[in-house]
Design a protein around this ligand. Structure first.
Ligand SMILES: *Cc1c(COP(=O)(O)O)cnc(C)c1O
Length: 393
């Protein structure tokens, strides 16, 4: 067993060997520029891109020309949201999202607020779900876009996209979905879910980093965007820049494998996650599970641990298990989890949350080790420095 055990698969995933194998020839042989039309080096590269585009489109129920390759979900989200805002500004200046979105959506929204747009942040309940009635009520004649994540990256909560899609369609408002955490793991069809724009990323599904895509609906309705990147007019004019052929091949391969093996993998990972959850909870009092009990990604386990100090906990855990924490010191970002705060969690439980993200390559023995190690550390910390029982602060 290699320590620390990697259980931070919401942050990123290791590259699947079959993905790496598919990418390698792109570096060794097919190094052409896919925009070079005057020789076979370019044709070969273009062929690989076209096949990848086709394959990805098929998997999500789209047409090839609706897939725009980007550098990842951050860029896809920026392109979708800023692109719609700039293009449809004449029609309205109101956008709707939720407070538990990824930073790249929230910061994009904040930026648009400085540019004269108005943004409604829907409340989420204590499990992280939005309220569909509140969504309906928040729509005005100025609303041009609803942007919601598929699954949350901290607590795994899965939003009811099909229902949101129906509401958006009724009111003829565009729906953008940040699918970074759900695409690959769960079946997704852009028509069935009523989605007009869909972002996803290679490195969250055992593909390479620095590559992702944005689905842009071209029929009923034809969504138009103002691009972020101007240049050679690549990607239907929506994203100029020489294509990352190897990355694109890797993204397609990663998605193909994830969907081909997705359902059985989902069950296997869910069993591992459930064992982890049950193993820890049965041995440790004062531990609560954050997120939705059922509508939650199968690999997600977000725990709050009472009567320990968040920073000490992660400082101890990191040598043996690689997990993520919202404690201020270790997370490398500013402050505590705004996602857990949005759920209305007690503030000490926000401080001491630990996120496990079980992955494709985790073994049962690693789960057993993690249960034992986590339990041991928490017990030790509680003995060493007994904190007064946390008050509602
Ligand atoms: C990781 C992640 C992103 C950002 O994706 P990148 O490809 O790293 O830019 C956006 N949204 C969610 C929900 C994510 O988990």
């Amino acid at each position: 067993m290699k320590l620390p055990i990697y259980m931070d698969n919401h942050a990123t995933t290791p590259v699947e060997p079959r993905v790496l194998e598919a990418m390698e020839p792109c570096f060794r042989h097919f190094f052409g520029n896919s925009a070079s039309t005057s020789h076979p080096y370019g044709w070969d590269a273009e062929q690989l891109v076209a096949e990848s585009r086709n394959s990805i489109a098929n998997i999500i129920g789209a047409a090839s020309k609706e897939i725009v390759f980007t550098s990842g979900a951050t860029e896809s989200n920026n392109l979708a949201i800023k692109g719609v805002a700039a293009m449809y500004r004449e029609r309205g200046n109101h956008l709707i999202t939720q407070p538990t979105e990824h930073k790249c959506v929230l910061d994009t929204m904040k930026y648009l607020e400085t540019q004269g747009f108005e943004v409604t942040y829907l409340k989420v309940d204590s499990t992280g779900l939005i309220d569909l009635e509140e969504l309906k009520k928040s729509i005005t004649d100025q609303t041009i876009l609803i942007s919601t994540m598929f699954a949350n990256n901290e607590i795994g909560t899965i939003q009811p996209i099909a229902e949101i899609g129906r509401i958006a369609k009724e009111r003829e408002i565009l729906l953008h979905v940040d699918g970074a955490q759900g695409i690959g793991k769960l079946d997704f069809d852009v028509d069935r879910f009523g989605v007009d724009l869909l972002s996803f990323s290679g490195h969250k599904m055992y593909g390479p980093k620095g590559v992702g895509a944005l689905y842009v609906r071209q029929y009923k309705p034809r969504v138009r965007l103002v691009p972020l990147m101007h240049g050679g007019g690549h990607e239907f004019g929506l994203r100029s820049g020489t294509l990352n052929v190897a990355g694109i091949v890797g993204l397609a391969k990663a998605l193909e494998i994830s969907r081909a093996e997705g359902d059985s993998e989902y069950e296997r990972i869910q069993a591992l996650r459930d064992r982890l959850e049950q193993g820890i909870l049965s041995q440790l009092p004062g531990v609560t599970v954050n997120g939705h009990p059922e509508k939650r990604l199968a690999n997600n386990l977000n725990l709050s641990v009472d009567d320990v100090e968040g920073e000490s906990l992660i400082a101890e855990l990191c040598h043996e298990i690689a997990v993520s924490s919202s404690s201020a010191c270790m997370s490398g970002t500013s402050g505590t989890s705004y996602v857990l705060k949005a759920l209305g969690l007690r503030s000490d439980r926000v401080q001491t949350s630990v996120r496990f993200g079980v992955g494709r390559f985790n073994k049962a023995e690693e789960i057993e080790f993690a249960i034992e190690y986590f339990t041991k550390i928490v017990k030790q910390l509680r003995q060493r420095s007994p904190l007064p029982h946390p008050k509602n602060t």
